[in-house]
Ligand binder design. Structure first.
Ligand code: ZN
Length: 242
């Protein structure tokens, strides 16, 4: 079975549609979302509807719960907080209830899905280094942990008796006996210097994982953000991928 894995969509419909199309073309039959469907971008309702229509196995992100009012924006920077405040009244009741119903963690096949970190799913910690990933792996109940949150793709592998290591390839086989900490990157607001939307394909029969990047109409999204009065810094960062 091939699973499409998406994360940190952030209301960017054009990026989401491009990633879903690409993952489907590569055989994805089921979809998994690591949270942050909304926040930052101009199409929160339509992105939630795409995720719901895909029948995604999905966990909650901090922006999803901030948009429903279940999480405070006290720890958000001003642009992020103002995008949440813009999103909150726009959400349909149905979509708000959907976001509020999302679990913090989910197991699917051999995958453990959480938005930020398995050690404390409701603390929204950033796991950015190999060392932090190695610590987090101790809390993962399965061989493969998939997260989002940082918007920076990362794969860390641990083989028994060996030091943890970064896997740099975009496509790799999951080795028997190994455990993995994988950041799925971001569909709607990448921050690794590559502005293209990011998505993963997990083939449980390999088992293997492939990371894809796809271009989309960034200018169209920026136009919508300008019309909506969303912060300029959020629109311009789409181009730089930072
Ligand atoms: Zn995010």
């Amino acid at each position: 079975m091939k699973f499409g894995i998406v994360s940190d969509i952030h209301g960017n419909l054009e990026a989401l549609e491009a990633v879903v199309r690409l993952l489907r073309e590569h055989g994805a039959r089921q979809f998994i979302c690591c949270g942050d469907i909304v926040g930052y971008g101009p199409d929160p309702n339509r992105c939630v509807e795409v995720v719901r229509n895909l029948g995604c196995t999905c966990v909650a992100g901090n922006h999803d719960l901030a948009a429903t009012g279940s999480v405070s924006t006290d720890r958000f920077n001003s642009a992020a907080a103002s995008a949440v405040m813009w999103t909150r009244p726009l959400l349909s009741e149905e979509n708000r209830l959907y976001l509020d119903s999302l679990p913090l963690t989910v197991r699917n096949d051999s995958l453990f899905i959480v938005h930020a970190s398995p050690s404390a799913p409701d603390v929204w910690k950033y796991v950015l280094t190999t060392r932090d990933a190695a610590c987090e792996m101790e809390y993962c109940p399965g061989p493969v942990c998939i997260v989002g949150h940082s918007h920076v793709p990362m794969v860390v592998e641990r083989l028994p008796g060996k030091p943890v290591r970064h896997v740099r390839q975009d496509e790799f086989t999951l080795r028997p006996g190994a455990t993995y900490f994988i950041n799925a990157g971001s569909v709607g607001q990448p921050r690794d210097g590559d502005p293209r939307a990011c998505g993963l394909l997990y083939d449980s029969d390999g088992p293997s994982m492939t990371r894809y990047r796809v271009t989309y109409d960034i200018a169209a999204v920026q136009d919508k953000m300008h019309s909506a009065g969303l912060p300029e810094s959020l629109a311009s960062r789409l181009e730089s991928g930072r």
